[in-house]
Design a protein around this ligand. Sequence first.
Ligand SMILES: [Fe+2]
Length: 251
Amino acid sequence: MTQDYQRYQSEDFEVWKILFERQFPNIQTHACSEFKESLQRIGFQSNRIPDFNEVNGLLMTSTGWQIEVVPAIVPIRDFFIMLSKKHFPSTTWLRSMQQLDYLSEPDMFHDCFGHMPMLINSDYCLFLDKLAEIGMRYIDQEEYLELLGRLYWFSIEFGLVKENGIPKILGAGLISSFGEALQSVDPSKATHIPFNLETILKTSYINSSMQHCYFELDSLSSLYQTTNLVEDQMLGLIQSGFEVEVSGMMM
Ligand SMILES: [Fe+2]
């Protein structure tokens, strides 16, 4: 599959512009510094839907990652296989004007605005590389993939990073959500928990509504350190008889 840029209609450009302009001020205030720097480097603008050929050119010369077009969210097994090839899945369709505030599954605003900028960040990509390498060792064991998926979910999708003691947004699910971005960093509305691998592995994720709590990393670079521990902790949990609720999909 490829992105058919000619297929985009004026409503698609309008939707992209509204979503981008609505979220950009929140990002400037609440996103982590790595995301803001990456968004500037990748050069996305409100008046232009990203062209994947251009994005892939930029990624190839920075981290070597590439965008792989998919029709919708992918099964977790396929997701890990893509990551192991340094391919990041992305849809090419945009929500309609009537769906600006809620979608049941991620569209390309989530994939492009939330994830693609960070694919030029080497710490982000090192984490994905290592997570995929571990995932491939357990590629036919869905319980292990689910546990690795939780680490991904609570960091790459919904993680926060502390900057000078203040929670900042890292996760793409928050970066791309107008409502949840603001909720996630407001201590009066959200529960913030120090990033703890054991707790994360035991926490099943919610993909049908906003999260109840958010895990806070000390820094983006500290995320990589969890990959040195996750395999032993997964094995320990499974061997102890811990029951893993398998969702099977990854957004
Ligand atoms: Fe995502």
